[in-house]
Design a protein around this ligand. Structure first.
Ligand SMILES: Cc1cc2nc3c(=O)[nH]c(=O)nc-3n(C[C@H](O)[C@H](O)[C@H](O)COP(=O)(O)OP(=O)(O)OC[C@H]3O[C@@H](n4cnc5c(N)ncnc54)[C@H](O)[C@@H]3O)c2cc1C
Length: 649
């Protein structure tokens, strides 16, 4: 038996009643902490991406004592800085029919009806406040000729609601959040610790009371104690080894919290982004995203004929297949990511892929064209450059091909993880006092996230949601004082020290990366764009044997009392090896297809994902036991959006 069935779980915090007023009601009902009380309460925030930086800055501004952690050398290096395309908000500046309700509706539908209505509605409501907040901070969003904020379209929407700063939206937003954070550091309300990695959660009397951290420069392992802990530690897409995520992204913080009692929800819901630069060789260790915004003007096509080896310019219009426009006429090139990714895979499976690419040793031709010839004809080269200049430059530097002259080649790659720690409406996990925000929680995106919605969610959580909900928990504090000698605190620290020593002592014959690369191959093959019962079972076996080998054969050079990046990576890969099995078990048990989770056994006659609402309209929240994980199901209720077969035709 790969898992056991546990009792159902419910979100008890979301108010009932009209969906438009639920957030107001929760804010009113949540207990408050008065300003003097806040000065006596300490909150640890792990992570300084958009979610963590905005939360730490806002909590500091509110008067709490905040301790902010990240493993990079500066909070500004969080992975959020890489976000390119934009951030959604239901401002309806374009007067094209957008509204809070439409953003809510698009997001629930885009997520293939596997998210909570209450959460998604709140996200859509708060989205409009985010833009005002960021503009007030000076974030240089793109503007139209008349000076108003500009918008563009992203997948899964027929309106233009994406605010952007060229192809550097994440960077500009993070600079805004970072300056707010630094202001609090200067004011003394936030203490910032860079180059510190959280390696465990401290739970005392059933409450999250602190973290165990390793100073990555000196190797010293210490504990930090507080009244509440917030994890804003990002996603775990790097379990696949190759992804668009920054190389440092990992699952350790959330996985360690999972092992301490926090349920992990929907781990198999992974987003495979359709527009990435194809892998060019077997030694590559990173994939690069080409922003979804490019699909506003780029047209996706492959040759009509399989095995057509002609250069793109030599293939006449009549012999091209603009397959997204053909298959999904009402959304065309702007279908959601899961749909565009599967369509690319399927034309490549037919032998119509382009370019001599080689992903995990597969045959040539894993790529499709993203062609700007029409857009250049319409807007001119300078018009296209104004919109996407830095993306074009990046593409040219990586591939050596000029996308103004020849179409880009793109292929799907792992990009985002919808799964994460289970949280209630207050963003609190199943461990009291442990809150989880941004990509680290199981989020509001169901089985598929719409483009430009991650930045929206991270900033909604950090600036607007968490600061209002955490007070309800902190109103019970301050909690009894603890010190590092407390038996449970000391035990957590000893466990971390022991694990570091164990990693160093194996002294085997294989590098950490060789394990990671092999794990990535197993995950991509069996838990990637298409999953089957047989493949997932095979993957579980392979992951188990890989994990066993890891602990007997891994070689971590160097020691533990200083900077040692092999050691850092070894700890992260050890956690990926445990997470990977849970992802496969989750994917195996969900015999339906939905969003990014495509089970080959569950498809419509024309190859679209076939959901099974009768059996799987729930969030799968997994409990760690050390043996077979236990599944707790949170039923999903739909009162405002009716689940239907998603159609973008
Ligand atoms: C290339 C790319 C482009 C993207 N473009 C867009 C876009 O245009 N629009 C959009 O909406 N989304 C986009 N996304 C998704 C979006 O960028 C992320 O989902 C989002 O930035 C995540 O933010 P976060 O704050 O949750 O986490 P992150 O930004 O990943 O930050 C995680 C933080 O946690 C810290 N951390 C992690 N583990 C530990 C630990 N154990 N100890 C201490 N610190 C730790 C890190 O140091 C870091 O500070 C893009 C993603 C990629 C990969």
């Amino acid at each position: 038996m790969l898992f056991d069935l546990g009792t159902p779980i419910g979100d008890t915090k979301a108010p009932r009643g009209p969906i438009e007023t639920r957030w107001d009601r929760r804010r009113f009902e949540a207990r408050l902490v008065n300003p003097a009380g806040r000065r006596r309460l300490t909150v640890i925030v792990v992570g300084t991406g958009l979610a963590g930086a905005s939360a730490a800055a806002t909590l500091g501004e509110a008067g709490y004592r905040v301790r902010s952690y990240c493993f990079q050398d500066s909070p500004r290096r969080a992975h959020s800085i890489a976000a390119q395309g934009g951030i959604n908000a239901a401002k309806n500046y374009r007067n094209d029919g957008d509204s809070v309700h439409r953003l809510f509706h698009d997001t629930v539908k885009g997520g293939d009806f596997r998210s909570r209505e209450s959460n998604v509605h709140r996200l859509a409501q708060v989205s409009v406040e985010i833009i005002d907040q960021c503009v007030a901070q000076g974030v240089p969003f793109a503007r139209e000729y008349g000076g108003l904020l500009d918008n563009r379209s992203f997948g899964g929407a027929q309106v233009s609601r994406t605010f952007y700063a060229r192809g550097q939206t994440g960077q500009q937003l993070l600079l805004g959040a970072y300056q707010a954070l630094e202001r609090q550091v200067a004011a003394g309300s936030v203490a910032a610790f860079t180059r510190h990695e959280m390696l465990d959660l401290v739970v005392v009397d059933g409450r999250a009371r602190g973290i165990v951290v390793r100073d990555l420069v000196t190797g010293t392992v210490t504990t930090d104690l507080a009244d509440a802990v917030v994890l804003a530690t990002g996603g775990y897409g790097n379990v696949f080894f190759l992804s668009t995520n920054a190389k440092g992204c990992n699952v350790t913080a959330t996985w360690r919290a999972h092992r301490r009692g926090a349920l992990f929800a929907n781990p198999c819901f992974t987003q495979i982004h359709p527009t990435c630069i194809p892998q060019s060789g077997p030694h590559q260790s990173k994939l690069t995203l080409m922003s979804e915004s490019l699909r506003n003007d780029g047209r996706v096509w492959v040759p009509l004929r399989a095995g057509d080896g002609r250069a793109p310019g030599d293939i006449p219009e009549a012999e091209r297949d603009y397959y997204l426009e053909r298959l999904y006429p009402s959304f065309g090139n702007l279908v959601p990511r899961d749909i565009a990714s599967r369509a690319a895979k399927s034309v490549c499976d037919e032998g119509r892929g382009v370019g001599a690419t080689n992903q995990h040793g597969a045959a040539a031709g894993l790529g499709v064209y993203l062609d700007f010839a029409d857009a250049i004809g319409r807007l001119g080269r300078s018009g296209v450059a104004a919109r996407y200049g830095n993306l074009f430059e990046m593409y040219q530097r990586i591939t050596g091909e000029d996308p103004y002259e020849v179409p880009m080649r793109i292929y799907p790659a792992v990009h985002y993880t919808m799964g994460g720690l289970w949280v209630d409406y207050d963003l609190q996990s199943t461990v009291p006092g442990l809150f989880v925000i941004g990509e680290a929680n199981f989020s509001d995106h169901g089985a598929n996230r719409l483009g430009a919605s991650a930045l929206m969610q991270g900033l909604a959580d950090g600036y607007f949601v968490l600061p209002n909900t955490i007070s309800d928990y902190l109103a019970e504090g301050p909690f009894p004082a603890l010190d590092p000698t407390h038996p449970e605190v000391a035990a957590a620290r000893a466990e971390v020290t022991g694990r570091v020593a164990r990693l160093l002592s194996v002294d085997g014959d294989r590098t950490v990366d060789s394990f990671h690369r092999e794990l990535g191959r197993v995950m991509w093959e069996h838990c990637g764009m298409e999953r089957t019962d047989a493949g997932l079972r095979e993957a579980v076996g392979e992951i188990r044997s890989l994990r066993e080998q890891f602990w007997t054969r891994v070689r971590v050079p160097g020691g533990g009392d200083g900077l040692n990046q092999s050691l850092e990576r070894a700890g992260r890969v050890a956690d990926f090896l445990e997470l990977a099995e849970l992802m496969c078990v989750d994917a195996l048990h969900r015999t339906e297809s939905c969003g990014g989770h495509f089970r080959a056994e569950s498809q419509t006659p024309d190859g679209e994902a076939l959901r099974d609402d009768e059996c799987f309209s729930y969030v799968a929240a997994w409990e760690w036991t050390g043996g077979a994980p236990v599944l707790h199901r949170e039923p999903l209720e739909f009162e405002h959006v009716t689940p239907s077969q998603r159609s973008y035709k």
